[in-house]
Ligand binder design. Structure first.
Ligand code: NAD
Length: 281
């Protein structure tokens, strides 16, 4: 079997155009504040893409770049300012933060109604209770990819590899909310392949290059690779793509799979937050 490729770049382009149309059709100019601390090159590249694509869709840019030695108090004051700025609908603090900063405390400071990354305890609680709220960008992008290619999530067995706050845990919640039977694997899972082989939908977010090979995949499964790694041979994911495409029914490439969807979801969350704020005023 040769798997169908899921083109995240194409869907992300469609979703970004939808966002641009939603903004153009309304009297709202949403505002997004990205907060970058320090000069980590990868974080700089991610933030630059988020800003560029937001502006292209009609979102106003309220970027803040802070020095790597910013104190906890200074960073929290910036978050407080953005919380009370009526022009700012979404706040995204780019992670990871430098080691001297308390990430959980910074995230906790963000107004949940501006939490376009979906990382605050309030957002996570809403997701866990299946209530409306802003949801983490990468896992919601994964759900959109599955919907787009026509995978009917309801009633499937889904396995998520990874349990991070950013991807694995919210991914499991989103699949559960869509009536999948969900299993979560992590670094202490024994015999990973015996679990992943039960999956109709396999989402891999372990941060281990090519962790998942053909022996981990049920024939015909939808395999979504969240991982991204820079190697001497270029970019690769947590899934051995060449092996997976021989067994899976659907597979996402790296790059061009989940990555572009993360930014498209961020834009959607920002417009959703802006619409909510305008309704309240
Ligand atoms: P993380 O390091 O915070 O979490 C990794 C998780 O995988 C942990 O829960 C750990 O227990 C589990 N794990 C590690 N080794 C394992 C193993 N051998 N078997 C089973 N489980 C194992 O990482 P994260 O933030 O969730 O990111 C995961 C990957 O996704 C990374 O490669 C990251 O760069 C990538 N990522 C991509 C996007 C995107 O937009 N494409 C967004 C976020 C993260």
């Amino acid at each position: 079997m040769t798997a169908t490729l899921i083109d995240g770049k194409e869907l992300a382009g469609i979703l970004r155009r939808e966002v641009a149309n939603r903004i153009a059709a309304s009297a709202i100019t949403p505002g997004l504040a990205t907060v970058l601390v320090g000069d980590d090159p990868a974080s700089g590249i991610y933030v630059a893409s988020k800003r560029r694509l937001s502006v292209a869709a009609g979102i106003r840019d309220h970027h803040r770049h802070l020095p790597s030695d910013v104190t906890q108090g200074e960073l929290e004051r910036v978050v407080d300012e953005l919380n009370s700025d009526a022009e700012v609908d979404g706040i995204l603090v780019q992670l990871p933060l430098p080691a001297h900063l308390d990430t959980a405390a910074v995230i906790a400071r963000i107004d949940p109604d501006k939490d376009v990354d979906g990382l605050t305890e309030v957002s996570a609680g809403r997701l866990a209770l299946n209530r409306p709220g802003l949801q983490p960008c990468t896992p919601s992008g994964v759900i959109r990819l599955l919907d787009w290619v026509g995978v009917d999530i309801k009633g499937t067995r889904a396995v998520v590899v990874g349990r991070s706050d950013l991807v694995g845990r919210p991914q499991a919640q989103l699949l559960l909310a869509r009536d999948a039977t969900v299993t979560v694997c992590h670094r202490y899972t024994t015999d990973l392949a015996s679990v992943t082989r039960t999956a109709d939908i396999l989402v891999v977010a372990a941060g281990v290059p090519r962790l998942v090979g053909a022996q981990h995949i049920k024939p015909g499964a939808a395999v979504i690779d969240v991982g991204i790694h820079r190697t001497d041979d270029g970019l690769c994911g947590d899934v051995d793509f060449d092996a997976a495409r021989q067994v899976a029914g659907f597979v996402t490439p790296v790059p061009g799979g989940v990555g572009p969807m993360t930014i498209a979801s961020l834009l959607q969350n920002t417009v959703t937050a802006a619409e909510l704020h305008r309704r309240r005023r």
